[in-house]
Write a protein that binds this ligand. Structure first.
Ligand SMILES: Cc1cc2nc3c(=O)[nH]c(=O)nc-3n(C[C@H](O)[C@H](O)[C@H](O)COP(=O)(O)OP(=O)(O)OC[C@H]3O[C@@H](n4cnc5c(N)ncnc54)[C@H](O)[C@@H]3O)c2cc1C
Length: 417
């Protein structure tokens, strides 16, 4: 029996009394049926207690690493313990791609999609939208297969680990493509706000990095597909400067960690994430929070956070602003609305972060902002129910498929019971 330890960032010490690491479906089934409380654990990259358990956590990391590519159906079927960093190079070398990736490739596919993880791009929904089927172990140890037409696939895509343990996922794939990534620095706030939609829609994936202080948007990362006709906006005309050296988004960060920039084309999986797969990030030393709100409210929301810049300065490493297209998944933070995602990477100063979170919540409240399920927030369960209108429907599905609450933990009980 292994002890569970901490999440990647080290800000959560798991309470689970056991970490089970089955190597087969039968061993996984045995863990599920013997445990009154069991939670699937992915690559531990969440910052809150969503993956914790009062009983057993179960990792699928030792299960077979199935990757089955079906080019005719344009689908890849992947095992429930695999990470994007493991699967993406295999897809690429077979000539295929996923439409988008998050900033870090080391996260597990199942864990990422279950929390609504996203990359950037005005036309790119969350990573969960690529899920067209899944195999999920229910509380009785039986595996249910959900196909593309299953009426509740949208409840399961972003399922918070509350509906069962995803043992395999089917993801839609497309022909491989190349991406070139260029960084601009010093975009003044006036230009960023006046031309926000134009800049964020200019390329396949665009990110703005800022400290919300008067120095404006410190870096704009523009990732363009080389096969697409993209009008790249003239950021220099807006007052920014093209970077001539590779930059890390966090001041003082190690540039060896970031994916190639300087507009050098390369395979999709080596450009869409900000961080290199082959660079193993050391222990987190950071805490993240993120809110998604209607894309049309982006500029007003940015102004509201700029008003907090002095309070943020002591704890904020960097903030990132991205665009996410509307999702059909019930609990995706971008569900039903084209969204802007405003993300904060804080120092691992738990008291300092806890002190600023309510102010961030308040700043975003007028916009019905939805927090990322895998990051910290000060939002109450009542408020979560208000901003996620399908939460009651989701709770009904959770109670039906898991009537005894085997997959529940205190975090989910607050929300669903
Ligand atoms: C450095 C860093 C960068 C990040 N970048 C981004 C980003 O660019 N965009 C973004 O949106 N988010 C980002 N995140 C957040 C991250 O994607 C989410 O927290 C995600 O859930 C992490 O996946 P995980 O496997 O580590 O999840 P865990 O923390 O292990 O688990 C998260 C949830 O998934 C469930 N789960 C895990 N495996 C399974 C399974 N097999 N079946 C069912 N449920 C399962 C767990 O029960 C839990 O509820 C980042 C996090 C870090 C630390």
């Amino acid at each position: 029996m292994a002890a569970s330890g901490t999440n990647w960032a080290g800000n959560v010490v798991y309470r689970a009394r056991e970490l089970a690491q089955p190597t087969t479906l039968d061993e996984l089934r045995a863990v599920v049926v013997r445990s009154a409380a069991v939670r699937p654990l992915g690559s531990r990259h969440s910052f809150n207690r969503i993956a914790d358990s009062d009983g057993v956590q179960v990792s699928l990391g030792a299960m077979p690493g199935t990757v089955e590519i079906d080019g005719d159906r344009r689908v890849v079927r992947v095992g429930g313990g695999l990470t994007y960093g493991q699967v993406a190079p295999m897809l690429a070398s077979a000539g295929w791609a996923l439409p988008n990736l998050a900033s870090l490739p080391h996260i597990s596919i199942a864990g990422a999609v279950q929390t609504g993880t996203h990359g950037s791009g005005a036309r790119n929904p969350s990573l969960a939208q690529s899920v067209i089927g899944m195999e999920i172990m229910r509380a009785d140890g039986e595996i249910e297969t959900l196909g593309r037409d299953h009426p509740e696939l949208d409840a399961h895509r972003v399922g918070l680990g509350a509906l069962g343990i995803v043992t395999a996922t089917e993801l839609a794939i497309e022909p491989a493509f190349d991406v070139a990534q260029a960084v601009h620095t010093g975009l003044p706030w006036d230009a960023a706000e006046e031309h926000f939609d134009e800049i964020m829609g200019a390329a396949y994936s665009v990110s703005m990095f800022t400290g919300f202080a008067d120095d404006g948007v410190r870096q704009v990362w523009v990732k363009r597909r080389t096969d697409a006709e993209t009008t790249v906006v003239d950021l220099e005309g807006f007052g920014a400067t093209g970077a001539t050296a590779t930059l890390h988004p966090v001041p003082g960060g190690d540039v060896a960690a970031v994916t190639p920039q300087l507009d050098q084309p390369g395979p999709w999986h080596a450009r869409l994430p900000h961080f290199r797969s082959e660079f193993t990030p050391s222990a987190g030393e950071e805490i993240q929070c993120e809110y998604l709100l209607r894309a049309g409210d982006a500029v007003d929301a940015i102004r509201a956070v700029r008003g907090l810049s002095e309070r943020l300065a002591d704890v904020l490493y960097i903030a990132e602003i991205r665009r996410v297209a509307a999702d059909t998944a019930w609990l995706a933070p971008s569900s039903g609305r084209d969204s802007v995602a405003i993300h904060f990477t804080f120092r691992r100063d738990e008291a300092g972060v806890a002190a600023v979170l309510p102010a961030i919540d308040d700043a975003f409240a007028p916009f019905d902002a939805r927090p990322h399920w895998g990051k910290v927030s000060a939002m109450s369960a009542d408020r979560l129910r208000a901003v996620y209108p399908r939460l009651a429907d989701f709770a009904a599905v959770a109670h039906r498929v898991d009537p005894g609450g085997r997959f529940r933990n205190p975090y989910l009980s607050d929300l669903l019971d």
